[in-house]
Design a protein around this ligand. Structure first.
Ligand code: NAP
Length: 244
């Protein structure tokens, strides 16, 4: 019997952890696909391919050409285009597809969250002249250009090539802090009044929410888009166990 081939659509910590978990399995070839947005992605176990497929049709062709037996959509909860493409492509190529989707963050006692549906709404929700921390990539900042009265502190993993489209800002080039104390120090140093973020879920970026709660800061939280349809697992472990 030939080896089975699993394609993981990645770009998340969970996808990398899944690859690590599956890589030693017998008779299994493992390929992780990255969009290629991050300059220095963390190393990933197994084979890695990088770049778009050319839409749902391109992904369907890839699934057939590479003899993929199982497609795991382990992309980010806000990466809705690739998830929709994965659903269409898996149907067209008749490949089994499962989704790894980490649960969203829920407010806890002491949290001061305002939920919004879009980044535009988040920008409008900020009070006049606040100092707001934007935990958002450069492609998500344009709506905040409409708030020249606010001062923004923007944290990004990669330094942007161009000036950001904001009237007044400080840039912090760093990965999210792993400890709330680290995030609290950053917020206090920059005299942050509001934190703006998207409800990504997971542990990798949640320290900022614990810090905001500890400091009594307001959080403007952008809700997730509709999750992908299909068999969905909340953790790497449950998915890894289910696929055998
Ligand atoms: P998106 O809007 O859903 O996808 C845009 C296009 O990027 C897709 O149509 C596809 O191009 C390509 N693409 C996306 N993910 C891919 C993958 N894993 N492998 C190959 N091509 C991929 O996605 P996005 O929001 O730009 O996110 C891009 C990647 O970054 C995703 O892999 C995601 O897991 C990761 N990520 C996203 C976020 C976020 O906030 N959205 C945060 C952290 C990590 P073609 O149509 O040409 O195939």
């Amino acid at each position: 019997m030939r080896d089975r081939t699993i394609l993981i659509l990645g770009g998340t910590r969970e996808a990398a952890r899944l690859a690590e978990r599956l890589v030693g399995r017998p008779a299994t070839r493992l390929v992780t696909s990255l969009a290629g947005r991050t300059e220095n992605p963390a190393s990933i176990a197994g084979e890695v391919r990088t770049g778009g497929f050319g839409g749902a049709g391109g992904l369907a062709d890839f699934l057939v050409a590479k003899g993929i037996d199982l497609l795991v959509d382990a992309t980010h909860p806000f990466a809705s285009r690739i998830s929709a493409n994965a659903e269409m492509a898996a149907k067209a190529a008749q490949v089994h597809r499962v989704v790894l989707l980490r649960p969203d963050w829920r407010p806890q006692e002491g949290d001061r969250w305002r939920m919004v549906d879009t980044l535009e709404e988040a920008a409008r929700a900020l009070p006049g002249a606040t100092r707001a921390f934007l935990a958002l990539g450069s492609q998500h900042l344009a709506p905040f250009a409409a708030r020249p009265d606010c001062h923004f502190v923007v944290r990004m993993i990669d330094a942007p090539a161009d000036r950001l489209p904001l009237a007044a800002y400080d840039l912090v080039v760093a990965r999210p802090g792993s400890e709330p104390e680290e995030e609290s120090r950053l917020f206090e140093y920059h005299r942050i009044g509001h934190v703006v973020c998207r409800n990504s879920g997971g542990n990798g970026a949640r320290a900022k929410l614990d810090a905001a709660r500890a400091l009594g800061l307001d959080v403007v939280m952008v809700r997730r888009p509709e999750p992908p349809a299909g068999e969905t697992f909340p953790t790497v472990e449950t998915l890894a166990d289910a696929i055998g």
